[in-house]
Design a protein around this ligand. Structure first.
Ligand code: HEC
Ligand code: HEC
Length: 201
């Protein structure tokens, strides 16, 4: 009698563990997009193979970054580019997309450290992970907007809503459409395109 109960319990535990494992692995790879497959293995390997699945990108916590890097545009969350990209952006501030965004050496070093520590390859966020997987290990994108993930996600957004839209002008102005981008929220339900409203697929 006791033996039977014990066996049942063990069987139950094995089944339960199996279900949890299955659920976790589907969660981890449930994006359903195949365009990043090329370096998935390398990526999994390099990063130890486990990712949390938070959807909100961590907000900016660094005062210097917030002040200095939002003078001309929305301060992009660090988690939307890999460390190597931030290093390249920060090492070329005097020639920054046609502008001079140079900083004094201490401020530059402090912001660089912050961005490195919170880059896409350092945080467990599903958008960060997707962005990372969409670029080859030897690519160093200087823009979030030029990553395959970004292009893929925005491929159905017509130019008249962006370039042809005085209230947007450029895809780089995340906050004009992603109204909660400053809270780290980028999911498509929170999109409101100026002059066009909600996004309906
Ligand atoms: C003097 C103005 C100015 C300042 C200050 C500035 N930027 Fe920029 N930044 C620009 C312009 C202009 C663009 C290009 C925007 C466009 O194409 O619409 C840009 C684009 C970017 C992009 C690419 C966005 C995309 O398309 O994905 C990143 C990343 C970026 N800046 C990071 C920074 C960081 C980090 C700082 C602070 C150290 C900073 N910027 C400060 C003017 C500035
Ligand atoms: C012209 C408005 C517009 C701008 C500007 C814009 N986006 Fe988007 N974004 C959209 C729309 C619309 C979608 C949903 C597209 C779809 O599902 O077909 C989207 C989707 C996304 C997604 C995927 C959301 C999900 O739930 O899968 C991310 C992440 C994202 N955008 C990030 C950004 C970032 C970062 C920037 C700035 C560098 C930006 N977007 C600029 C309109 C915009």
């Amino acid at each position: 009698m006791t033996m039977k109960i014990k066996q049942k319990r063990v069987l139950g535990m094995i089944l339960f563990a199996g279900c949890v494992g299955l659920a976790l692995s589907t969660l981890a790879w449930s994006d359903g997009d195949e365009w990043y497959e090329h370096d998935r293995e390398a990526y999994e390997h390099a990063e130890g193979g486990f990712y949390g699945n938070t959807s909100d990108v961590p907000i900016i916590t660094n005062a210097a970054y917030k002040t200095e890097c939002s003078a001309c545009h929305f301060a992009y969350p660090a988690g939307l580019l890999p460390e190597r990209s931030w290093l390249s952006v920060m090492n070329n501030l005097e020639n920054h997309f046609g502008e001079n965004a140079e900083l004094d050496p201490e401020t530059q070093a402090a912001i660089t450290r912050y961005l490195q520590g919170h880059a896409a390859d350092r945080i467990p966020n599903r958008f960060s992970r997707s962005i990372l997987r969409s670029i080859r290990p030897d690519q160093v994108p200087l823009r979030i907007t030029e990553t395959s993930y970004f292009e893929h996600k925005h491929r159905e957004v017509p130019a008249r809503m962006v370039r042809g839209n005085d209230k947007v002008r450029s895809f780089s102005n995340c906050l004009s459409c992603h109204r909660m981008a400053d809270k780290g929220v980028f999911d498509e339900d929170s999109v409101r395109i100026p002059g066009f409203g909600r996004w309906e697929d």
